[in-house]
Design a protein around this ligand. Structure first.
Ligand SMILES: Cc1ncc(COP(=O)(O)O)c(C=O)c1O
Length: 348
């Protein structure tokens, strides 16, 4: 059933989803406490459940993916450190320079392919202070993003993920996964999230993207890491009280919105093929692995977006000649058919 409270088709992001009626019911019925005092039972249940799912000792419920990444980066680093990530990483592009402002760290960018780095690229990007005559910053953290947003929802294969973690460990670096859409990666690759993240020190998991909760991310890692992260959450103003209301939506999402991500991926595939068949667009079909479709346009992308908007379809242009379509909980088969009709009429 289409639960989106609008007749428009909203492909701008998987963050636009609104809590479904049954999710709201779960929130209504949630037991709550004071999470700053550590006694909100629903927050505790969510943190424990997510930590166990990911094979880690502990979890911390926080307000957003950005906050979760910022806390992780701050917990792993000290000022003067350097963080290695792909040039398209969300932590570098879209988190307000938190790595610099909140951590006092610099970033070493890797020129990955489709948002994905290789172990060799990571090895050559890590600069250690030791042995440099104090010239270099101290490369101390490697971050991967899985799926990669700007990579078009691309996924790491497990061998590459494992090898990057091995390289990082051999260089004395901690490892963090920005797993805003990690369940999309798990569904697409068939690899269980605990196995996927086995060799990583921390993982940030978002519930307000494909999983359809209104708010929230969980950061997982060792008990010692999460104990330190808890302090940084407080310092960043992220200590919250009856957060169980929000945690209950995340628990509901874990029960009901993980397996259905496969539907989003199938719809994204159909959209990719449909757009690629039109003379206006060019889609690299091999890059469409999860719930996103990046299409190159012949005319200016802003014009394409405008024409779609005038016909009840919303999406973003990501550059002068590229649009992005994101499939999520509120996109139905009927929406895909309507989008196909509109696309063929406008651009066929
Ligand atoms: C890969 C990735 N990481 C982190 C975030 C940040 O999440 P939030 O918007 O909840 O701060 C996003 C948001 O879209 C994202 O795409």
């Amino acid at each position: 059933m289409r639960e989106h409270p609008s007749s428009r088709i909203d492909f701008r992001s998987d963050t636009v989803t609104q809590p479904t009626t049954v999710m709201r019911q779960a929130m209504h019925e949630a037991s709550v406490g004071d999470d700053v005092l550590g006694d909100d039972p629903t927050v505790i249940e969510l943190q424990d459940r997510v930590a166990a799912m990911f094979g880690k000792e502990a979890g911390l419920f926080v307000a957003s993916g950005t906050m979760s990444n910022a806390i992780a980066l701050r917990t792993h680093t000290v000022p003067g450190d350097e963080i290695v990530c792909d040039k398209t990483a969300h932590i570098y592009r879209y988190e307000g320079g938190g790595y610099a402002a909140l951590c006092g760290a610099s970033i070493a960018l890797v020129d990955g392919e489709g948002g994905l780095m290789t172990p060799e690229q990571v090895r050559s990007a890590v600069r250690k202070a030791e042995g440099s005559g104090s010239h270099y910053p101290n490369g101390s953290l490697v971050c991967v993003e899985n799926t990669s947003n700007l990579g078009g929802g691309s996924c790491y294969d497990q061998t590459t993920l494992d090898d990057i973690a091995k390289v990082a460990a051999s260089l004395g670096c901690a490892t963090h996964i920005d797993g805003a859409r990690i369940f999309n990666a798990a569904i697409a690759t068939g690899v269980d999230v605990a196995r996927m993240c086995q060799h990583y020190d921390s993982v940030s998991i978002c519930f307000s993207k494909g999983l359809g909760a209104p708010v929230g991310s969980v950061l997982v890692g060792s008990s010692a890491f999460i104990a330190k992260a808890h302090r940084w959450r407080k310092l960043f103003g992220g200590g919250w009280r009856q957060a169980g209301l929000l945690a209950s939506a995340c628990l509901h999402a874990l029960d009901h919105h993980v397996d259905r991500l496969q539907d989003d991926h199938e719809r994204a595939q159909r959209i990719a093929v449909m757009l690629n068949d039109l003379p206006e667009f060019n889609v690299d079909l091999a890059t469409v692995q999860t719930n996103m479709v990046y299409a190159n346009t012949n005319r200016p992308a802003a014009e394409v977006v405008e024409q779609y908007a005038a016909n009840g379809v919303d999406m973003f242009d990501l550059s002068d000649n590229r649009i992005r379509v994101v499939v999520h909980l509120h996109i139905t088969d009927e929406d895909v058919e309507r989008f196909t009709d509109i696309s063929q009429r406008l651009f066929g």
